[in-house]
Design a protein around this ligand. Structure first.
Ligand code: C2E
Ligand code: MG
Ligand code: MG
Length: 657
């Protein structure tokens, strides 16, 4: 409306000036002049308002209702003023003036159709206000000319007001649509802008990603290589690890099978390594493994040797036959048996080697390793100094081992385990000082040696349950020995058991349940307590000794431990191994003397194991051993037989003591 009304206002002003100054007669001039002044003032105010809209409001977020009200008021005021003009001055108008006024009012009314098109009511009201008063007046006149024009004016005003109303409605709809459109377009622009922004950001990020990716790809490539090497190689020996070796073996197997050739697989297991590791520590153990690995590598092409785990190695000989494989294995055994100089220790090791052939024995790589392992195990068991080629009869032995392992799981529940006791006697009085509890397993009617089932129990973890059962049983039995109230009970404890967190609880429970005085319990641990985790061992030994339970080192002298290590351990009893007693005339005596001397120095008692002859007993007594144990006095006996044995021998002790 504001955009259009300027023309309308000027139209009104010019028309008013024409009527007042152009054709007015002198009678009405002064009144018309006043009217003109009022009209000019109104138009001026409307002009100011229009300018205000143009320069201040347009394009801003202004109050539309107030502006519309002002605009309408101005238009209606103008129409009213025109209406007043026609009514006031009608009487004095001559024909020409009336015609001119009618023509001007009609054209202004017609023009308002477009200038006020923005407001429906105003558009029609303007037309009606302009034309209806003068037309009505004229239509009612006696003057026929006035009457016609009046009627025409009325018709025109109705038509114009109706068309003005419609035009305004159309315009409003259009404006509304345009506004909506503008709004939509603005929104669209905004969205396009946002999409553009996002695009820009995305392409920046993409560029960054590309840059990063490029350097990442290089890094990943480098790392992959590194990881592949790391994941393929055993970190200690730098030989292929299990998975890499199997992969290599699979590839090689396919090639050899395709060319009708054979592969020999050597399973190499070191003998005596555990002892080195346990007694000299893991550092030396590791150095030994590294040295052995380099000896193996000298016999194998790249990547044809691998570490299977612990002290087990694998070697594959492609395009090989059985005699060649045996010769290589023999050469390897000789090489491994050569002395090792490790951290100023001269060490000796041997190896057991089992061999299996692909495709002669199997087509499957994993099974090939298993068969070579069987063959190796057989050699180890027999302490054989030759490599062993796999033969089907080996399966039988292995099945026996598996059967034992299965049987052992149920041995406690099936009450197949029982303890035998072997006296450890005082050297002078021959009076029993302690009884060593030795575990027995009656499996399917025959006794299995503890040398066989204890390692099996250790490997399978069953040693924890079995060991706890032994400790408990031994404490209960000892607490009920009416025949030997002063004697102790010596219980063998595997190092695996000792290092277990729950061991001290098990010990406490056994003492509490049996009510055995703690002083009457001795714990026997093999020399492997000199192992690397000395701190933990010492803590456990302290805890045991804090309960007044005594600690023995079993089989002393068979490992690589030095006598001086006795000092750090502060054990109560040292048990000299049977092998020294047997070799007493072939150098064993010197070791026994040294052991007794050092043990005495550190305040430990000594026991000599495996005394079978009176001569050995006498000689050891002379050397100063405190206690003796062996078949000479008694073989391990069932608990019930112990009482009988004590009764039979009681007299002789009284005589000697
Ligand atoms: P060890 O603790 O050194 O036990 C002494 C072994 O020497 C026993 O063998 C015993 O029967 C045998 N022996 C004793 N005197 C003589 C003798 O004069 N001549 C000969 N030739 N042998 C003699 P055993 O009972 O076969 O036990 C073997 C090993 O099994 C034990 O050696 C011990 O290390 C282990 N062991 C036995 N019972 C248990 C147990 O309950 N727990 C654990 N962890 N190990 C056990
Ligand atoms: Mg023992
Ligand atoms: Mg022993």
């Amino acid at each position: 409306m504001y955009q259009n009304i300027i023309i309308g206002m000027f139209g009104s002003l010019i028309a008013a000036a024409f009527l007042v100054f152009g054709i007015s007669d002198s009678n009405t001039y002064s009144q018309k002049f006043d009217w003109f002044v009022v009209m000019s003032l109104i138009i001026f105010m409307r002009f100011i308002d229009a300018m205000y809209w143009y320069f201040k409001l347009s394009g801003t977020d202004y109050d539309g209702n107030a502006a519309i009200s002002r605009c309408i008021t101005g238009a209606i005021a103008t129409a009213l003023l025109w209406s007043a003009f026609s009514v006031i001055f009608y009487e004095g108008m001559n024909e020409f003036e009336f015609a001119a006024t009618m023509a001007i009012l009609c054209s202004l009314a017609g023009g308002s159709n477009s200038t006020l098109v923005g407001h429906k009511l105003t558009a029609s009201a303007f037309v009606l206000l302009m034309l209806v008063p003068i037309s009505t007046r004229a239509a009612l006149s006696d003057n026929i000319f006035h009457m016609y024009l009046g009627i025409l004016g009325l018709m025109f005003s109705v038509a114009m007001s109706f068309s003005g109303f419609r035009a305004a409605r159309l315009t409003l709809d259009t404006i509304k649509l345009r506004n909506q459109n503008t709004h939509l377009v603005a929104k669209m622009h905004q969205e396009i802008q946002q999409v553009d922004d996002v695009h820009k950001k995305l392409s920046e990020a993409y560029q960054n990603l590309n840059d990063t990716n490029l350097s990442l790809e290089q890094e990943v490539e480098r790392r992959t290589l590194e990881i592949r090497e790391l994941s393929d190689l055993d970190p200690l020996t730098q030989l292929y690890n299990r998975s890499a070796f199997i992969r290599q073996l699979n590839e090689m197997a396919q090639k050899c099978l395709a060319r009708n050739n054979s592969i020999a697989l050597l399973f190499i297991d070191l003998n005596g390594f555990k002892k080195i590791n346990d007694t000299l520590g893991h550092k030396i153990g590791d150095a030994v493994l590294v040295e052995i690995s380099s000896r193996l590598s000298a016999f194998a092409n790249d990547y044809h040797a691998g570490r299977w785990g612990g002290d087990e190695f694998l070697m594959l000989l492609p395009y090989s036959d059985q005699p060649t494989a045996i010769s290589v294995a023999q050469a390897l055994m000789t090489r491994i048996a050569q002395p090792l100089d490790v951290m100023s220790n001269q060490l000796h090791l041997t190896a057991s080697i089992g061999i299996a052939m692909l495709p002669e024995h199997t087509n499957n790589s994993l099974e090939l390793i298993q068969l070579a392992d069987f063959a190796m195990f057989e050699q180890k068991k027999n302490h054989a100094a030759e490599p062993r080629m796999f033969t089907p009869d080996l399966f039988k032995n292995l099945k026996e081992v598996e059967k034992l392992r299965d049987g052992l799981q149920r041995a406690i529940d099936k009450r197949e385990l029982f303890l035998c006791y072997q006296p450890i006697v005082d050297c002078e009085s021959k009076h029993p000082w302690s009884y060593e509890a030795l575990l027995r397993w009656d499996f399917e009617g025959s006794l299995v040696s503890p040398d066989i089932f204890i390692p099996l129990a250790e490997q399978s973890g069953l040693i924890h349950d079995i060991g706890a059962w032994v400790l408990n049983r031994a404490c209960i039995d000892a607490s009920q020995w009416q025949h030997s109230l002063d004697a102790s009970v010596s219980v063998n404890v595997s190092i695996i058991q000792l290092l277990d967190d729950g061991f001290i609880d098990i010990l406490d429970r056994a003492l509490a349940t049996s009510k055995l005085a703690a002083e009457r319990l001795h714990i026997e641990i093999t020399e492997s307590i000199f192992a690397d985790n000395k701190k933990r061992v010492l803590a456990q030994l302290d805890a045991i000794q804090a309960r007044n339970v005594q600690v023995s080192i079993d089989d002393f002298g068979t490992g690589y431990s030095s006598l001086s290590q006795l000092q750090t351990l502060n054990v109560d009893i040292v048990k000299i191994d049977r092998s020294f007693v047997q070799n007493i005339h072939h150098g064993g005596e010197a070791i026994i003397r040294a052991t007794i001397f050092i043990a005495n120095e550190f305040g430990s008692k000594t026991v000599a194991e495996g005394i079978e002859t009176q001569h050995e007993a006498d000689r050891l007594a002379e050397l100063g051993v405190d206690f003796l144990q062996g078949f000479l006095f008694a073989e391990p006996m069932k608990n019930d037989d112990l009482r009988v044995w004590v009764q039979q021998h009681a007299n002789s002790w009284q005589v000697t003591s």
